[in-house]
Unconditional design. Structure first.
Length: 101
């Protein structure tokens, strides 16, 4: 099993941790879209560079970012015991990926 753990650590080092975009407007660091300025909003929200190219005022919106929760269960059925002469069994690869993530 130590070989599995070492392989899993190697793969896990390349996984991106942290916040991920949710494809909607919200708090975050990444630009999402421009929308027209609505009456009553603070003037500090106006994107003056974008607004200078048009006759309207625009607000820069950001993408909502949040942590994702993921559950992973490797398939441990007998079919996962298949292995070619040169490669490890599918079960071993599945466990490495599950450990890594």
């Amino acid at each position: 099993m130590p070989r599995l753990v070492l392989e899993a650590r190697r793969i896990a080092s390349s996984v991106q941790h942290g916040l991920h975009g949710r494809r909607r407007v919200g708090t975050g660091e990444n630009f999402w879209q421009y929308r027209r300025f609505a009456d009553g909003e603070p003037a500090a929200r106006v994107d003056w560079r974008r607004s200078a190219r048009d006759d309207h005022l625009y607000v820069r919106e950001r993408e909502w970012e949040a942590a994702h929760t993921v559950w992973i269960w490797p398939n441990l059925s007998p079919s996962m015991d298949y292995a070619s002469p040169r490669l490890p069994p599918k079960r071993e690869r599945a466990l490495v990926l599950a450990f890594a993530l």
